[in-house]
Design a protein around this ligand. Structure first.
Ligand SMILES: [Zn+2]
Length: 246
């Protein structure tokens, strides 16, 4: 199988996994950097993630323009992906979602921070980007490159960022890492909300976050992100159109 076909296959599976894990629903999207043309990325046409098939995947330039201008309607918020791939050569996959438990942390004073070791890849403290800071009253979507670049500037070297009153965006070195972190951003929000009801919360220290995240990222085939990916693929029936690859 060639690299592009494999990337599209994994991207379709990721769409189904993220829906099954309740990270995305009607809205939300995941992209991957083109495996042989790093100045392009792959993202579905505007469609609910659970319905995405390989024929829906489109190619985009890093300014957000579809390579085929006569193709189907793309997602309005593709500029999140475009601006982050342009700003972060280390990033190869991006998830944008409105997963529900995360949103309270984007509109309150309480920072989303890792409370469990499995959630360490979200980063030590998840920043919040507020569209109102630089753009005032808007539709609150990243619907052009200007807003995307502003978002990418605040994103910096983070692995996940919340968007005030909107949702979150997560990046990874691979589709498997981005899916893992997106799912655990939601898990952490659930756990942290529960813990806060009990009183003072002890968060992971910076050193713990670094060590746990490094261990996941150093995982060999069948370990860490790979192990989780295989499990979620089976749970989601994500390979219903595509056989499980080694
Ligand atoms: Zn959105």
């Amino acid at each position: 199988m060639d690299l592009l076909t494999a990337a599209i296959q994994d991207l379709v599976a990721a769409n189904h996994i993220l829906e099954q894990q309740r990270v995305v629903d009607t809205f939300g999207h995941i992209s991957v950097r083109h495996p042989t043309k790093p100045n392009r990325f792959l993202l579905s046409r505007a469609r609910a993630p659970d319905l995405v098939e390989s024929g829906d995947i489109l190619e985009f330039a890093l300014n957000g323009d579809p390579i085929d201008a006569s193709g189907p309607k793309p997602y309005l918020e593709r500029f999140i992906h475009a601006a982050l791939y342009a700003a972060r050569p280390d990033v190869n996959s991006i998830v944008h979602s409105h997963s529900r438990t995360v949103i309270p942390f984007s509109i309150s004073e309480v920072k989303l921070r890792p409370v469990a070791h499995i959630c360490a890849t979200i980063g030590e403290e998840v920043p919040v980007w507020d569209s109102h800071d630089n753009f005032g009253d808007t539709g609150m979507l990243i619907a052009n490159l200007d807003t995307g670049r502003d978002f990418a500037r605040l994103f910096g070297r983070a692995s996940s960022v919340l968007m005030r009153g909107h949702g979150s965006t997560v990046v990874g070195d691979s589709i498997k890492e981005a899916v893992f972190t997106a799912i655990h951003l939601e898990v952490n929000a659930e756990l942290q909300l529960k813990a806060l009801q009990l009183g003072a919360v002890k968060y992971l220290t910076r050193g713990e976050v670094e060590q746990v995240a490094a261990r996941f990222r150093a995982g060999k085939s069948g370990e860490g992100f790979d192990r989780a990916w295989e499990y979620w693929c089976r749970q989601a029936g994500a390979m219903r159109n595509t056989p499980l690859r080694g």
